[in-house]
Structure formats: structure tokens, C-alpha cells
Design a protein around this ligand. Structure first.
Ligand code: SAM
Length: 247
């Protein structure tokens, strides 16, 4: 997967050289490039913002540097199926909520372009113009406001990259973890078997794989019911088996 990120703070992305994302870059699974938006400014102050039309507090990002950045990083490109590339992702508190289903969808893309807003956001015409030639998705991390889009991009990229084939050592973990099938994962334990008077549940030490699988499923259902009843309510009835209903 190719990923381009445009930001006025390229330094924010140095952690992407670490850990499994760093490895994905080293082995070519992820081809990541971070670009300074100010590269596409032409004045001595390398200006990227200005006062808002209509008045009000704060500054708005001017359209010209963004337009030039997209012209350079998003040459009109079509997949064999006629889909435009790259897919432009713009973090915004006004966007669609980011979730595992969207992460899964993005993991199927071959080229993502991220535009990190700052101040009061990016002039609307940048997004309107981009939408005439690429797929544009505004994405929200949640119902709160951050200083800028950089941290949102780090989050989105972590969630997407770990879904790419070969990035996780054990791909089986993807199938069992929270949100993979609409449930939260239940509690997990490691050694020692007893710690500060607290014991690992007997079933997990039994070696009985059938019982362990059933226990894990029950714990996932219980935890989801207690913490996120909305997720449980959204499960398709056919995804529950007879024993789930009993639990
Ligand atoms: N004036 C904007 C509003 O009220 O919707 C908020 C701008 S915010 C201070 C600056 C930038 O931070 C946004 O352009 C966006 O890139 C990013 N941002 C802030 N909150 C976010 C969120 N919840 N999800 C994703 N990005 C966010």
C-alpha cells in the first residue's frame, strides 16, 4: 500500500518508523511518504492560513498550497476497475466516525492520501474541488476536537496497517480480537497461574480446547453486553449460535 501524508508538522510522523509499522515500511508492505504542506507555498513566510471570510476567531487553511499538493501527489489515476486513485482522507470532527469496518475497507485500497488540517480547518473549496477527481472521505475519530489531523492519521494508519497481509506475526489474532465480529474480546491472562491471590480461570489451564473456546465466547458476549450493549443489539441474529443465546 502506498500512503502519502500532507501536514505542516511532518515531525509528528516519526513514530511510524517504529515497531510493526516500521517493519512494514522496511519490507515494502507500506510505502509511506510524509510531505510538508509548506513545500507548496511561494511567499517568503510560507503562509498556509488566513483569516476566515465572515469573521470570527481563528484562521483557515488557504486553498492554494493544498491544491498544488494534490496536483503533485494525486495525478489522475484509475485502477483497471475504473476507480480513482488515490483515496483522499481528511480527518475532521465533522466526518464519518472511524471504526473497524472503515479500517477494513481502507486496508483494501492501494493508495491513500491524508490531508491534515490545522487551525479552524481547510477552506471548503479544497475538498469540493478534490471531490471532482478523487474519492474523498472526511473521517472523525470521535465527538471531540483535536488541535490537528496528525494524531488522527496516526490512529487511522495503525488500525489500517495491522490489517495488511503479513504485518502481524500471527494473523489469527485479527480474527479473535475486539470488533472483528462485532463483539469485544474477553479478558486475557498469562503466567503466573496465581498472582497476589488472583487465579487464572481454571478452564484456561484445562487444555480442553472446546471448553476454552466456549468460555472465551461467553466472556466476549458478557463483556459486550455490559460495556457496549449497542454493539450486541447491532449483531445479526444469525451470527449468534444456540449456546450464545443460552449465555
Ligand atoms: N473548526 C473545526 C470544527 O469545529 O469542526 C475544528 C478544527 S480542529 C481545531 C483542527 C483540525 O484538527 C481539523 O481540521 C481536523 O483535521 C483535526 N481534528 C480535530 N478534531 C478531530 C476529530 N475528532 N477527528 C478527526 N480530526 C480532527
Amino acid at each position: 500500500m502506498r500512503v502519502d501524508i500532507v501536514s505542516i508538522f511532518p515531525e509528528y510522523f516519526t513514530p511510524l518508523d517504529l515497531s510493526l509499522i516500521g517493519k512494514a515500511q522496511a519490507n515494502g508492505t507500506l510505502r509511506l511518504a510524509v510531505h510538508d504542506l509548506r513545500t507548496w507555498t511561494h511567499d517568503v513566510h510560507r503562509t498556509v492560513d488566513d483569516t476566515p471570510y465572515g469573521g470570527g476567531p481563528g484562521m483557515v487553511m488557504r486553498p492554494e498550497p493544498w491544491g498544488a499538493a494534490f496536483d503533485s501527489l494525486a495525478p489522475d489515476e484509475l485502477t483497471p476497475d475504473g476507480v480513482t486513485l488515490p483515496r483522499l482522507l481528511v480527518p475532521a470532527p465533522t466526518g464519518v466516525p472511524f471504526d473497524q469496518a472503515l479500517a477494513q475497507e481502507l486496508a483494501g485500497e492501494s493508495h491513500l492520501l491524508f490531508a491534515c488540517g490545522r487551525y479552524e480547518g481547510i477552506d471548503q473549496r479544497v475538498l469540493d474541488h478534490a471531490a471532482t477527481r478523487m474519492r474523498v472521505t472526511e473521517v472523525s475519530l470521535g465527538d471531540y476536537v483535536l488541535f490537528g489531523g496528525e494524531v488522527a492519521v496516526l490512529v487511522i494508519l495503525e488500525a489500517v496497517t495491522r490489517l495488511l497481509p503479513g504485518v502481524l506475526g500471527n494473523a489469527g489474532s485479527l480474527d479473535e480480537e475486539s470488533h472483528a465480529h462485532g463483539l469485544l474480546e474477553g479478558p486475557v491472562y498469562t503466567k503466573p497461574p496465581s498472582w497476589r491471590g488472583l487465579d487464572v480461570p481454571e478452564v484456561l489451564r484445562s487444555g480442553d480446547h472446546g471448553r476454552i473456546a466456549r468460555w472465551r465466547r461467553d466472556e466476549a458476549l458478557l463483556r459486550t453486553a455490559g460495556r457496549r450493549p449497542d454493539l450486541l443489539a447491532a449483531l445479526a441474529p444469525e451470527s449468534l449460535d444456540r449456546l450464545d443465546r443460552a449465555a
